[in-house]
Ligand binder design. Sequence first.
Ligand code: 2BA
Length: 109
Amino acid sequence: MKLIIAVVQGEDAQRTVHALTDKGISSTRVSSTGGFLQQGNVTLLIGIEETQVATALEIIRENCHERSRYLTPVPPLAEPGEFLLAYPVEVQVGGATVFVVPVDSLEKI
Ligand code: 2BA
């Protein structure tokens, strides 16, 4: 048994969950926030038999796309008489950040 932990973008989450469900793969959707951009994303928890891991990864690959996000850095303090502009910096995010970890057992109690 494995646990897939997939950090995906909000726009991709619903489609990905539907595609997993269509293949009989259960998932739990957790709201999360990226540490770098401090923007909302979604973490999917997927408990899965090892034989189905490749199918789940393929579904995530098909449904999660790379996008540009913009980060506006906080400008350093200006000296009197100086005027500093903060320009947005483009950052590429996604498809998905995926961890596959071993699971000792899955108990439904
Ligand atoms: P964030 O931490 O908000 O990162 C968003 C994007 O910013 C990243 O996209 C990457 O392109 C860039 N980025 C992140 N840290 C950076 C840094 N120190 N310097 C420069 N650029 C940086 P992705 O790599 O696609 O990651 C998307 C989201 O996946 C991340 O959102 C975070 O929530 C999660 N993630 C990525 N790597 C992770 C890891 N090793 N452990 C846990 N979560 C991770």
